[in-house]
Write a protein of this length. Structure first.
Lengths: 609, 82
């Protein structure tokens, strides 16, 4: 609803083949200066994480240089599953709609043990969210759409074929040496963010180790094109007849392509298993089984192998995500198993968490200590992702006889008993990270019910703005805090409406005064009543968004009562709330949420080191 | 709530007989699988994690070699890489 989140209509054009698209090297003026140019932020790596971060910063008016070592996007489906929270972030960046239109939406998963379905789950039983639980979209589309969004932003300077070969911290700056097709040059950066992937050269350049577990197992990914009539669902087999003793995962992708992950075991020969003559018989026997499971005849369609890769994985992370002026995000900072779609999704959440903090620090509105909270919050998120993904891996690929015994016992019981289905772990799918223990939160003084907890990202809800149906999350602007105020009138008569308008106006004025000297927050008023919404829209200043919660979903989810107020960080996480807003307390909460040196008003106080 | 370790079975001998009967005619492997399912069914009935953890500790105490009972038996190896 704000200009920040609306996507421009795109002219109809021939589809771009993002896998073969190349981006040329261009010489930059930085390469022709006597002393290195200085930039506030340099990001290394134009994958989904680096691109999302760069776009977010540019939208917050921070000039940003984004370096990529080559001129290609990702090849093969790779990340594939993008979660609702990631789509909401892409919406804020202005390219979520394209992703959803191109992607395959799904929310149903089926689990099979041997040749029988034992369990089925639905990830999004709750209505009232704009975005689906997941879409499947090849990583090259995500990168391609992000690159095209990046190209619309004048503050975003994307340099292809720029490889960082040295990183030297020098006091409050970092010197980067960059290799290009016509020689090396140097730039100075106030902050560097390394988003250069699982094999992060930046980690190596700084001599940093990761810690964790490597799993002794190999997996084959096959992307195959075929005309198969199966629904868009996630199908997972334990020990299927067509691949005994191992697991198999089937996912539908756009463009009639299907993604299949075969567990191969540790002794498999990766080179051999990548041969089409090894892959295609596996795929054919899977498709025969899948066809039967879908109620078909077992007939196998024509199959074309599009891409294949054999991989192993580790669950690991850097001990610290912040090393002075160099920050790490995405796979460069942490690695997980592929079960649960927690890699790219958590990386995009890293970017989201970091973007506004970096913007506030770069603009001198918050101390460097705010960046340490990025590290703390996202290290905690990485631990959670690693814990989930390690547990999934232990279930999917049992490491001992007894582990297999219990795994099979769970699967056997899951056919008949509901409780056992809760133990089946074919991947605990990515859900948004909650920041319940963040030092940026101000503890609740009053009691709040509803599903929204302090530290959660705001749950979406359908709302009416000026009578038009829209979504709550679309009303929040990048880079700005938001104050959400609930309004209600005691009656439908003029006096009651007038009193409610005046009370709301008073609350909004104290909210505004709390942000004196800081960037103005987005101000939103939510009411259930149509009459009051109309009266508020007529009386409140133009900058205030008046939203009617006609279905009451927002009131229920956020436990809103007339006079209640929520404070949302720029990344949409709830960091404070009150039953009665007070300018002093709100100001204190904003200071707390931006790691200002004064102690927080209440709650979890930790030194911002 | 804590784990009940005093006598609580309604009819100990009847239960024991039923347990052995359930295993009658099962191969060693099938008995193992049966026991695993039984543990899961009973664990769900108990429900509470703290009580279940006490039960795990109590079972470990009963082993002839407590250290063997406590080892995780995990083939994954810690590693460091850059």
């Amino acid at each position: 609803m704000t200009e920040h989140t609306r996507e421009d209509a795109r002219p109809e054009a021939a589809p771009v083949d993002y896998q073969t698209q190349t981006f040329p090297y261009r010489r930059h003026v930085d390469q022709d200066v006597a002393s290195p140019a200085r930039h506030p932020v340099v990001i290394i790596g134009a994958g989904p994480v680096g691109l999302a971060l760069a776009i977010d910063l540019a939208l917050q008016e921070v000039p940003v240089v984004l370096l990529n070592n080559d001129g290609r996007l990702s090849v093969g489906s790779r990340a594939l599953c993008f979660a609702k929270r990631t789509l909401e972030i892409f919406d804020r960046l202005g390219c979520g709609q394209r992703m959803v239109e191109q992607g395959v939406s799904w929310h149903v998963g089926r689990v099979f043990f041997r040749d029988q379905q034992v369990y089925q789950f639905d990830l999004l039983p709750q209505a009232g969210h704009e975005r689906p639980a997941f879409i499947n979209l090849q990583q090259y589309y995500v990168e391609g759409f992000l690159v095209e969004r990046a190209q619309q932003l004048p503050l975003l300077d994307l340099r292809w074929h720029n490889e960082v070969v040295a990183l030297e911290p020098q006091g409050e700056q970092v010197r980067l040496t960059i290799r290009t097709p016509d020689g090396t040059y140097a730039v100075m950066a106030d902050h560097v963010v390394a988003c250069d992937g699982a094999r992060s050269p930046s980690r190596r350049l700084l001599g940093l180790d990761t810690q964790g577990r490597t799993f002794k197992d190999r997996f084959l990914i096959a992307d195959v094109r075929m005309n198969a009539p199966f629904p868009a669902e996630r199908w997972f087999w334990f020990d299927p007849p067509f691949h005994p003793g191992q697991s198999v995962l089937l996912h539908r992708q756009p463009d009639g392509v299907w993604r299949i992950d075969f567990q191969l075991g540790w002794d498999a020969d990766p080179e051999l298993e990548k041969q089409p003559e090894r892959i295609l018989p596996r795929v054919r026997s899977l498709m025969a089984q899948a066809s039967l499971a879908a109620g078909g005849s077992g007939a196998v369609p024509e199959i074309e192998l599009v891409w294949a890769s054999v991989y192993t994985f580790s669950c690991m992370r850097l001990e610290r995500f912040r090393h002075g002026r160099v920050l790490f995000a995405g796979d460069a900072a942490h690695g997980v198993s592929p079960f649960g779609a927690r890699g790219a999704n958590s990386g995009v959440q890293d970017a989201e968490n970091l973007a506004w903090k970096l913007a506030w620090v770069v603009k001198g509105r918050a101390p460097e200590a705010l960046l340490e909270t990025y590290a703390r919050e996202r290290e905690g998120a990485a631990d959670e992702n690693i814990r989930h993904s390690s547990r999934s891996t232990d279930f999917i690929t049992p490491k001992s006889e007894v582990s297999r015994l219990f795994r099979d016992a769970v699967l056997d019981l899951s056919r008949d008993f509901d409780f056992a289905r809760k133990l089946v772990n074919s991947g605990r799918l990515s859900t948004p990270t909650t920041l319940h223990t963040s030092t940026l939160n101000t503890s609740d003084e009053g009691a709040f019910g509803g599903c929204l907890q302090l530290g959660d990202p705001l749950a979406d809800a359908p709302v009416l703005a000026g009578g038009t149906a829209g979504w709550m999350l679309r009303c929040l602007a990048p880079g700005r805090f938001a104050v959400l105020v609930f309004a209600g009138a005691e009656g439908a008569d003029r006096d009651s409406l007038q009193r409610a308008c005046e009370q709301t106006q008073e609350i909004l004025m104290s909210a505004q005064s709390a942000f004196d000297g800081l960037p103005a927050p987005a101000l939103l008023v939510l009411t259930r009543e149509e009459e009051l919404a109309r009266a508020l829209a007529a009386q409140l200043p133009a900058g205030v968004q008046v939203l009617q919660d006609d279905l009451g979903v927002a009131h229920e989810r956020y436990d809103g009562q007339p006079g209640s107020a929520l404070l949302l960080r720029p990344d949409q996480h709830l960091c404070a709330r009150w039953r009665r807003l007070d300018a002093q307390r709100l100001r204190q909460a904003v200071r707390c949420a931006t790691a200002q040196p004064l102690p927080c008003a209440a709650g979890a106080l930790e030194e911002h080191a | 709530m804590t784990l009940i370790t005093t006598a609580h079975l309604e009819s100990p001998d009847d239960f024991y007989e039923a347990l052995l009967l359930a295993h009658k005619d099962l191969s060693a492997a099938d008995s193992q699988a049966f026991n695993a399912r039984l543990i899961l069914v009973l664990a769900n009935h108990i429900g509470r994690l703290d009580v279940l953890k006490e039960a795990l500790a109590a079972a470990a105490l009963g082993a002839k070699s407590p250290t063997a009972a406590a080892s995780p038996g995990d083939a994954a190896t810690p590693h460091r890489c850059t």
